[in-house]
Design a protein around this ligand. Structure first.
Ligand SMILES: Nc1ncnc2c1ncn2[C@@H]1O[C@H](COP(=O)(O)OP(=O)(O)OP(=O)(O)O)[C@@H](O)[C@H]1O
Length: 524
C-alpha cells in the first residue's frame, strides 16, 4: 500500500550528505545522547514494562499509517538530520502523523515551530509566525513587539539568530512548513519557496530539523532548487478498510458502529476518500441510523440491523449527492498572530450548504473543482470564443489568437462578449461543459511539473481519473447549487446548465488547483 521511502537519499549537490561533509556543509555535531547512568537505564527499563513503546502508541493513534509512523520516528531523530518531506494527497494524515510523531521524538527538550501555510495570508505572516514561536516564552506573550522582517533575507538572518540561541541552550528545533505548495500562489512565491527549501544550506545549524509537508512530490521542488534533497515519506490515499479502522477507533459501541459502516461507508467512499469529509458526512447519518433504537448501547442482532438498514437507506442516497464543504474558521487576524492552531480545528467542522459563502475553503475533489471552473467559463465566455480560447492542444494561446484575428472578427467577438455580460451568466449544454473540462484538464496535465498539479493531487491516477467521475460530480455541484440545471431545451432536447458562482469564488477555486483561470476569462 505505502510506497517505499528512500531514506538518506543521495543529494543533487556535491556536499549533500551531512555524514560526510566534504563541501561547505557544516561539521555535524555528534548526536546527543540521553544521560546514560545505571540509574537512568534502570528507570527506563522499569518504565518500559508499564508503558507502551512510542511506536506502539503512535501506531495505535494512526490506523493505516504503520510504515509512515515507523519511518517518521526514525527520520525525525535530531542532529544532524536531513530535511524531511512528507508528501501525498489531501487528508492522507500527513499533518496528524507528523505532529503525533513529534511527541515521541527523543531526546528532549525540543522546540517545534509549526507554520500552517494554508492559514497564513502572506510571507510576512509566515515570518512573524515562525519567529514568534521561536522567541523565548517571556517575549512570546508580547509578540506584537517582535520586529517582523519584510524581506526574506532579513527573515533568514532573524531566524538564524533565534535558532542559534535555542541550539546554544541544547534544544533541538523542528521547523515545520505545512501545505508548502501554498507558497507558490503568493506574490513572488516561487522565490520564497526556493528560499525555504534552501534553509538547510543557508542556516547550517545541524540541530535544526526542517520538515516540509506537501501534496507535491519531492521532484517538483528539488529539481528547481539544486539544494540538498530531503528524506521523504509518501502518504498514499487510504483504502476503504483503512478508513474503516480509522473511523472505528475508540467508538463507544463498536458492534453498532461497525454494522452502520458496513452499510454507509462504501457508497460514500465512492464520492470522497477524505477522512475528514467522511467523518463529517457519516456523523449525521449515524444519528439517523440510531433513531429507531431506544438504547444506544444495544448490540444489534440481525433483525435490528435489517430494520436500521431500511431506515437509513433513503438518507444515504441524499448524503451521496451532497458536496462536501468544510469551512475554515481561521480569519486573517487570527492567522497573523498564530499559525499552528488553525489547521486541525478548521478542518473538522462541516459547513452548511446555504448560499454560496465566499469565506469557505472548499474541500472538493480535484475533478469537482475543474468542473466548476469549466462551468464558470462556459457561463461567462461566449461559446463562439471556445475554439480561440482552447486551441487544439487544449491550451490558451492568447498571443497567437490576437495576431490571427482580423479587426472585423474582433469587433464581432467584442459585441458578443458585451451581450453575454449584459445578460449575466449564460446557459450551456453538457457537451460544451465536457469539452472545456477536457481542455483545461489537459492543460493541467501538461503542467504536471508544477508543484500544485502533481501526480499526487490527481490521486495517482492521472487525468483519466478526473474524467471518470465527472457526471457524478456534476450532479453533486447541481445539488449544492453551484450550478443550476434548466429543463430540457425543446430545440436541442437536452438539459442546459448555468454556473452560479461569481468570479471571486471561481478565482479562489482556481488558485487551490493552481489553474490560471484569468488567462481563459474573456475580457474586452
Ligand atoms: N490515520 C488517521 N487516523 C485518524 N485520523 C486521521 C488519520 N488520517 C487522517 N486523519 C484525519 O483526517 C483529517 C486530515 O488529516 P491531515 O490534516 O493530517 O491530512 P493531510 O495529509 O495533512 O492533509 P492536507 O494535505 O490537506 O493538509 C484530520 O482530521 C485527521 O485527524
Amino acid at each position: 500500500m505505502s510506497h517505499p521511502i528512500t531514506p538518506r537519499r543521495a543529494t543533487r549537490s556535491s556536499a549533500a550528505d551531512p555524514a560526510s561533509p566534504s563541501g561547505p556543509r557544516p561539521k555535524p555535531t555528534p548526536r546527543r545522547q540521553p544521560v546514560s547512568t545505571a540509574a537512568a537505564n534502570a528507570k527506563q527499563e522499569e518504565g518500559e514494562e508499564h508503558e507502551r513503546s512510542p511506536v506502539d502508541a503512535l501506531l495505535e493513534a494512526l490506523p493505516g499509517r504503520r510504515e509512515q509512523a515507523t519511518d517518521l520516528l526514525r527520520l525525525l531523530a535530531p542532529a544532524p538530520a536531513l530535511p524531511l518531506l512528507l508528501h501525498g494527497g489531501a487528508a492522507t494524515g500527513k499533518t496528524r502523523a507528523l505532529l503525533l510523531a513529534l511527541r515521541h521524538v527523543r531526546p528532549r527538550p525540543l522546540r517545534v515551530a509549526y507554520a500552517a501555510l494554508r492559514s497564513l495570508p502572506s510571507p510576512r505572516a509566515l515570518f512573524s509566525s515562525v519567529l514568534a514561536q521561536l522567541s523565548p516564552p517571556s517575549s512570546s506573550s508580547s509578540s506584537s513587539r517582535l520586529r517582523v522582517p519584510d524581506k526574506p533575507s532579513d527573515f533568514v538572518a532573524a531566524l538564524r539568530d533565534a535558532l542559534a540561541g535555542l541550539s546554544a541552550r541544547g534544544e533541538a528545533v523542528y521547523l515545520v512548513f505545512d501545505n508548502l505548495e501554498v507558497v507558490r500562489s503568493w506574490d513572488k512565491g516561487g522565490q520564497l519557496l526556493a528560499l525555504l527549501l534552501r534553509l538547510y544550506d543557508l542556516l547550517r545549524l545541524p540541530q535544526v530539523v526542517l520538515v516540509y509537508v506537501s501534496s507535491a512530490t519531492p521532484d517538483a521542488y528539488y529539481s528547481m532548487t539544486g539544494s540538498v534533497e530531503p528524506n521523504h515519506i509518501y502518504f498514499p490515499d487510504y483504502t476503504v478498510d483503512e478508513v474503516r479502522d480509522i473511523l472505528m477507533r475508540g467508538h463507544p459501541n463498536p458492534k453498532l458502529y461497525s454494522s452502520f459502516l458496513s452499510v454507509a461507508l462504501k457508497p460514500l467512499f465512492r464520492v470522497t476518500r477524505r477522512v475528514d469529509e467522511l467523518v463529517a458526512a457519516l456523523e449525521p447519518l449515524f444519528r439517523r441510523y440510531c433513531e429507531p433504537l431506544g438504547d444506544l448501547k444495544a448490540v444489534p442482532d440481525e433483525s435490528i440491523k435489517r430494520r436500521l438498514f431500511e431506515h437509513i437507506q433513503p438518507h444515504l442516497a441524499v448524503a451521496m449527492n451532497e458536496t462536501f464543504i468544510v469551512p475554515t474558521r481561521v480569519s486573517v487576524d487570527e492567522c497573523k498572530d498564530h499559525s499552528s492552531r488553525g489547521k486541525a480545528s478548521s478542518k473538522r467542522q462541516f459547513g452548511s450548504r446555504d448560499g454560496l459563502p465566499t469565506e469557505l475553503e472548499f474541500h472538493m475533489s480535484v475533478s469537482a473543482k475543474y468542473l466548476l471552473l469549466s462551468a464558470f467559463l462556459a457561463s461567462r465566455n461566449p461559446a463562439t470564443l471556445d475554439a480561440a480560447l482552447f486551441d487544439s492542444t487544449g491550451g490558451s494561446d492568447n498571443n497567437r489568437r490576437k495576431r490571427k484575428s482580423s479587426q472585423a472578427s474582433m469587433n464581432m467577438k467584442d459585441t458578443m462578449a458585451e451581450e453575454m455580460l449584459m445578460k449575466g451568466p449564460g446557459t450551456f449544454p453538457l457537451e460544451r461543459l465536457l469539452a472545456i473540462f477536457q481542455c483545461i484538464t489537459s492543460v493541467s496535465e501538461d503542467d504536471l511539473g508544477d508543484v500544485e498539479c502533481s501526480d499526487s493531487m490527481m490521486n495517482g491516477s492521472g487525468m483519466t481519473g478526473l474524467m471518470s467521475d465527472v457526471l457524478l460530480q456534476l450532479s453533486t455541484l447541481c445539488n449544492s447549487n453551484f450550478l443550476s440545471k434548466s429543463r430540457s431545451c425543446p430545440m436541442e432536447g437536452s438539459a442546459r446548465y448555468r454556473s452560479n458562482i461569481d468570479e471571486d469564488l471561481a478565482l479562489k477555486v482556481a488558485r487551490s488547483v493552481s489553474f490560471p483561470l484569468s488567462k481563459y476569462i474573456y475580457r474586452r
